[in-house]
Design a protein around this ligand. Structure first.
Ligand code: BF8
Ligand code: SF4
Length: 671
C-alpha cells in the first residue's frame, strides 16, 4: 500500500508501519474490512427498524434534489405505522440504554468487589485512599466518626467501607426517589432536572424502562422517548460512571500527576509482553502487582526473556496509566496492530471495545488471547476467570501463561520505535489542588483565569477511534485548534491516548501549541495543556470539574453558563452516545463527528440540535470537519463569555499583554 494511502488510514506512524507489516504477512485488519464493507446508508441514519419480525422496516428520508427544501409529501412509516421519528428515536434510545448498561455493569462489578474488600474477603486488595473514602462516605450519608464533639472518634476505614458498599449497591436496584449524586450538581441544574422529570430513580430501572419503552408498540412519542433517554443517560453520568470512578479511586488511589509513555514502542522485544485490554481495572491492578513478583521475573529470565513488560490498551490502559504510570500500547484501533508486532505474548481482555477479529489476527502470530470475564467470552481464547477472592493468584497464572508463551514467538518480531512521553493523572481533585490551591480548596484560580481571559474556555475532547475516519486525525486537528485559541482541553478515553501519542500531554506542549494566555497559565502551574482525566467512566470527573467551576463562583450559577463545550470527533460506541446525552442534559454543548445516528429524522435531529437546549441548556451538534468543529466550539464559548459579561476582559487582556507583564513585574518589586 502506498504511503499516502496509509496516511489516510491513520496519522500514527506506528500504525502505518504495522499496517505495512500486516499487508506483507497477509493479515487482514479492520482497516481492510472498512474498505470492502461500506456502512448501510439507511442504518447509518437510524432509519431502519428491526425490533419485530415483521420488519426490518426501512424509512430513509426521500432524496432531495439540490436546493430543494420543504415538507415531505408522504408520512414515512414502518408496517406497524411507527413513524420515522419513532423509529429513529427508538434506535437512539437503545444506544443510550446499552451505553448506560455497559458503564453501570462495570460499576456494579467494582461495587461488589468493594464490598468483598470491606469484609476482608478479597485477596490482595485494600482501601488505599482513605481521604477519598471519607469524602465519598460523607456524600452518601455514611458517618466517618462515632460520638459527638471532643468525644468523636474516627471510624475504622473498613467499617465505613462496609456501610458505604451497601448503600451504593442498593442504588442499582433502587425503585423510587433520586440517585444520590444528583445533589452534587449545582442547585440550578438539579431544579432543571426535577422540573423536566428526569432525575433518575435508580440505575437499573432507567435502563430497563428504556428498553421496555422501545419494544414494539410501546412509546410512540419521540419527545417522550428522549425524556427517558435523558433520565437513563443521567443515571450513567451521575450514578453508574460516577460510582466507578469514586470506588476505583478509593481502592486504587485517586490519580495524581505521574509520568507515562504511549504507543506501540512501549513493547519490548526482549521482554515478555502482556497487554491488558478492556475497561475494568480490577484485574489489571493485580497484574501490575504480579508482574513485579521476583519469582515470576526469574521464571521469565529462565525462559530467555530479560523481564516482564506490562502495557495497557483502551480504557484499562488509562486506569493503570493514571495510577501507576504503566505504559500504554495504544487506543482502540491499535488492538490488532499490537498483535501484529509479533511481540505480544498474552493479550488479556475483560469487557468492552474488544474486537472479535483479535482472535483471527492472533492465529497468525503466537499471541494468546486470555478472556477473564464470564460476560465476555471469545470462542478460541484461553479463559482464566477473574475471581476477586484469589485475584493475585489469577494474575500470576496469567503472567505465567504469557511467560510460557514467550519461546513460541514466530519471526519476524517488529516493534515500531514510536512512543511519546506524557504527564497524566489529572483527577478533578488534583486539578483543584493545582489550580485552586489547597487553602482555597476550589477552582478559584481557574475561574479567575477564565474571567481575566488568559483561558478563553474549557473543552472536553473525549471518545473513541473510528475506522471510518483517519485514526487520531480529527482529535489532533480539533485539539490543536482549541489550544491555539486559549481553550484548555480535558480529555479521557481513546481521545486522551491520541493526545498523548503526539506529545500534547507534556508541560512543554504549552509553549508549542497554546495561545499566549493559556501557555502562560500552563507554564505557571506546570501542567500540560491537555489534561488526561482517565477512562471513559471518568467523564464523571469532567462533570465534577464543571460543577466545581460553577461552585467556585464568577462564572454563573449552572454548568450551562460556563464557557465550555464537549466533543467526541471520532466516536463509534454506544457508550459515547450515553455520555453525549448526559453531557447535553447537564447543560453542555456537545459535538460529535464521523456520523450522527438520528439524521434519518429531521424532526428528531432538530430537537436534539436545537429544541433540547430550551429544556436543558445543552444541545447536540454534528460536524464531520474538525476545524469547523473547533470554530463552533469556540463560537459557543465566546457566546457564553458574552452572556457572563467577560468578553471585554478577554479583549483587554490580549491587547494589554505587554502592559500587564510590566504591571506584574512592578507588583513583584513591591514585595
Ligand atoms: O470506553 S473511547 S473506543 S476504549 S468506548 Fe472504547 Fe471508545 Fe475507546 Fe474506552 Ni470509551
Ligand atoms: Fe417494522 Fe413496526 Fe416491526 Fe419496527 S416495530 S420492524 S417498524 S413493524
Amino acid at each position: 500500500m502506498p504511503d499516502v494511502e496509509l496516511e489516510k488510514l491513520s496519522m500514527d506512524v506506528a500504525a502505518q508501519q504495522m499496517l505495512k507489516k500486516a499487508q506483507a504477512e497477509g493479515v487482514e485488519t479492520i482497516f481492510d474490512r472498512a474498505k470492502t464493507m461500506k456502512p448501510c446508508p439507511i442504518g447509518i441514519e437510524g432509519a431502519c427498524c428491526r425490533i419485530c419480525a415483521q420488519g426490518p422496516c426501512r424509512v430513509p428520508p426521500p432524496k432531495k434534489k439540490e436546493g430543494e427544501t420543504g415538507e415531505e409529501k408522504k408520512q414515512r412509516m414502518g408496517l406497524c405505522g411507527a413513524t420515522a421519528e419513532t423509529i429513529v428515536a427508538r434506535n437512539f434510545a437503545r444506544m443510550v440504554a446499552a451505553g448506560t448498561a455497559s458503564h453501570s455493569d462495570h460499576s456494579r462489578g467494582v461495587a461488589k468487589l468493594f464490598k468483598e474488600i470491606a469484609h476482608g474477603r478479597a485477596q490482595g486488595y485494600e482501601v488505599k485512599d482513605v481521604a477519598k473514602l471519607k469524602r465519598v462516605a460523607k456524600d452518601w450519608g455514611v458517618a466517618i466518626s462515632l460520638g459527638e464533639g471532643e468525644e468523636a472518634k474516627g471510624r475504622d476505614k473498613y467499617e465505613i467501607a462496609k456501610e458505604l458498599a451497601d448503600k451504593i449497591l442498593a442504588e442499582f436496584g433502587q425503585q423510587e426517589g433520586e440517585i444520590n449524586c444528583v445533589k452534587r450538581a449545582p442547585l440550578k441544574r438539579q431544579e432543571i432536572w426535577r422540573k423536566n422529570g428526569v432525575v433518575p430513580r435508580g440505575i437499573d430501572i432507567e435502563v430497563v424502562e428504556l428498553m421496555h419503552r422501545t419494544h414494539m408498540g410501546v412509546d410512540q412519542d419521540y419527545h417522550n422517548l428522549m425524556k427517558q433517554s435523558t433520565r437513563c443517560a443521567l443515571a450513567d453520568g451521575w450514578a453508574g460512571s460516577m460510582i466507578s470512578t469514586d470506588l476505583q479511586d478509593i481502592l486504587f488511589g485517586c490519580p495524581v500527576p505521574i509520568a507515562g509513555e504511549i504507543n506501540l514502542g512501549v513493547l519490548k522485544e526482549d521482554h515478555v509482553n502482556v497487554v491488558m485490554h478492556g475497561h475494568e481495572p480490577l484485574l489489571p491492578e493485580m497484574l501490575y502487582v504480579a508482574a513485579q513478583d521476583p519469582e515470576l521475573i526469574r521464571y521469565a529470565q529462565n525462559k530467555g526473556a530479560k523481564g516482564i513488560q506490562l502495557a495497557g490498551m483502551c480504557c484499562s490502559a488509562n486506569e493503570v496509566l493514571m495510577r501507576h504510570g504503566v505504559p500504554v500500547a495504544g487506543n482502540y484501533l491499535h488492538q490488532e496492530l499490537a498483535v501484529i508486532t509479533g511481540a505480544v505474548d498474552a493479550l488479556v481482555v475483560d469487557v468492552q471495545c474488544e474486537m472479535q477479529a483479535l482472535e483471527n489476527v492472533a492465529k497468525c502470530y503466537h499471541t494468546k488471547i486470555v478472556t477473564t470475564d464470564e460476560r465476555a467470552r471469545m470462542p478460541l481464547a484461553v479463559h482464566i476467570p477473574f475471581d476477586e477472592h484469589h485475584a493475585l493468584d489469577v494474575a500470576k497464572k496469567i503472567i505465567s501463561l504469557a511467560i510460557d508463551n514467550f519461546p513460541n514467538r514466530k519471526a519476524p518480531v517488529m516493534i515500531p520505535s514510536v512512543s511519546s512521553p506524557t504527564v497524566v493523572g489529572f483527577s478533578y481533585e488534583t486539578i483543584q489542588y493545582l489550580l485552586g490551591g489547597s487553602i482555597r480548596g476550589s477552582y478559584y484560580t481557574l475561574n479567575d483565569n477564565i474571567i481575566n481571559g488568559r483561558v478563553r474556555g474549557v473543552a472536553g475532547v473525549v471518545g473513541c477511534n473510528n475506522c471510518r475516519t483517519t485514526q487520531d486525525s480529527s482529535h489532533m486537528t480539533l485539539i490543536k485548534e482549541l489550544l491555539k485559541n486559549d481553550v484548555i482541553v480535558l480529555s479521557t478515553g481513546c481521545a486522551a491516548m491520541a493526545a498523548g501519542k503526539y506529545g500534547l500531554m507534556t508541560p512543554e506542549a504549552a509553549s508549542k501549541y497554546c495561545g499566549p494566555g493559556l501557555a502562560e497559565v500552563c507554564e505557571t502551574v506546570g501542567i500540560p495543556p491537555v489534561l488526561h482525566m482517565g477512562a471513559c467512566v471518568d467523564n464523571s470527573r469532567i462533570l465534577m470539574a464543571a460543577t466545581a467551576c460553577v461552585k467556585a463562583g464568577g462564572l454563573g450559577s449552572d454548568i450551562s453558563d460556563l464557557p465550555a463545550a464537549g466533543a467526541a470527533p471520532e466516536w463509534m460506541s454506544e457508550k459515547a452516545i450515553a455520555i453525549g446525552q448526559y453531557f447535553v442534559a447537564s447543560g453542555v454543548y456537545t459535538l460529535f463527528g464521523v456520523t450522527f445516528p438520528t439524521t434519518g429524522s429531521e424532526i428528531l435531529t432538530d430537537y436534539l440540535f436545537k429544541g433540547i437546549e430550551e429544556e436543558y441548556g445543552g444541545k447536540w451538534d454534528f460536524v464531520a470537519d474538525p476545524e469547523e468543529m473547533a470554530r463552533r466550539m469556540i463560537a459557543h464559548i465566546d457566546l457564553k463569555r458574552k452572556a457572563l459579561g467577560i468578553d471585554k476582559a478577554r479583549e483587554r487582556v490580549l491587547y494589554d499583554m505587554a502592559m500587564r507583564r510590566e504591571l506584574e513585574a512592578a507588583a513583584g518589586e513591591e514585595h
